[in-house]
Design a protein around this ligand. Structure first.
Ligand SMILES: C[S@@+](CC[C@H](N)C(=O)[O-])C[C@H]1O[C@@H](n2cnc3c(N)ncnc32)[C@H](O)[C@@H]1O
Length: 232
């Protein structure tokens, strides 16, 4: 089944309380984002945002420029509806982060529970290409994935589990890790999942090698769809 169809089906058929990853308050993400002390007009991109409540909390905290990217239009429609009318300025983008070229410049890139689904090296390279291209030098990354003690599968899909050192290795030399934390996420229907988080800053003045540019997938053609209510 296509990734997009898979995730659309999940969001259409499971209520928020039936999705293991749902958090009413994404406390670890918020703590790390607030630690970056961004100005209210800083640009934040939530990669694989799904129907996360992160945007609700960031808007309440005064952050105005949010971009929510997800492969599932059903997820984006759910969060768009929930955010009305406060989310008027939020940008929604339906895209596969392993099969698109994002060019938007951002001050912070957030990913909770998306990167760990990228079990193929080629997909990780393309995802990281988008991250490196979009994140401004000096910009922040908050990346959360299942810990080595976390689940081996989620939503019927295999995952790669990471230690904080493993996540750091994936990023390569262009990032400096500032904070690391682990979290035992309580699933809404009981039970827990172990996560690790890192917060990193993109180093200033690191030139990408030709190989790194090739790895960053710059030749990929854009396949982006600004989300609309009619996206389905
Ligand atoms: C486990 S959910 C996490 C959602 C959200 N980050 C949160 O913490 O609530 C994984 C999300 O990643 C999205 N996703 C999976 N693969 C993706 C890809 N290749 N590109 C963009 N989004 C993707 C799914 O649609 C889903 O919303």
């Amino acid at each position: 089944m296509q990734r997009r169809t898979h995730w659309d089906r999940i969001y259409r058929t499971r209520l928020p309380g039936e999705r293991s990853w749902t958090q009413r308050r994404p406390a670890s993400s918020l703590a790390l984002i607030h630690a970056a002390r961004l100005a209210p007009d800083a640009q934040i991109l939530d990669a694989g945002a799904g129907a996360s409540h992160l945007a609700d909390h960031l808007l309440k905290a005064g952050m105005r420029r949010l971009t929510l990217v997800d492969i599932s239009a059903a997820a984006l429609r759910e969060v768009k509806k929930r955010l009305e009318p406060s989310g008027a300025g939020v940008q929604f983008l339906r895209a596969d982060l392993t099969d698109c070229r994002l060019d938007q410049k951002v001050d912070l890139w957030h990913d909770r529970a998306v990167f760990h689904f990228l079990t193929r090296a080629a997909d990780r390279k393309r995802y990281l290409g988008n991250l490196r291209r979009c994140l401004r030098p000096g910009g922040f990354l908050v990346l959360a994935a299942f810990a080595p003690t976390g689940p081996e599968r989620c939503s019927g899909l295999p995952v790669r589990r990471y230690s904080t050192a493993g996540l750091t290795r994936e990023l390569g030399p262009g990032f400096r890790v500032l904070r690391r934390l682990s979290e035992q996420h309580r699933k809404p229907f009981g039970g827990t999942q172990d996560f690790v988080y890192i917060m990193a800053v993109k180093k200033v003045g690191v030139r990408l090698s030709r190989r790194a540019r090739r790895m960053s997938g710059e030749r990929l053609q854009p396949q982006l769809e600004p989300f609309s209510e009619h996206a389905l």
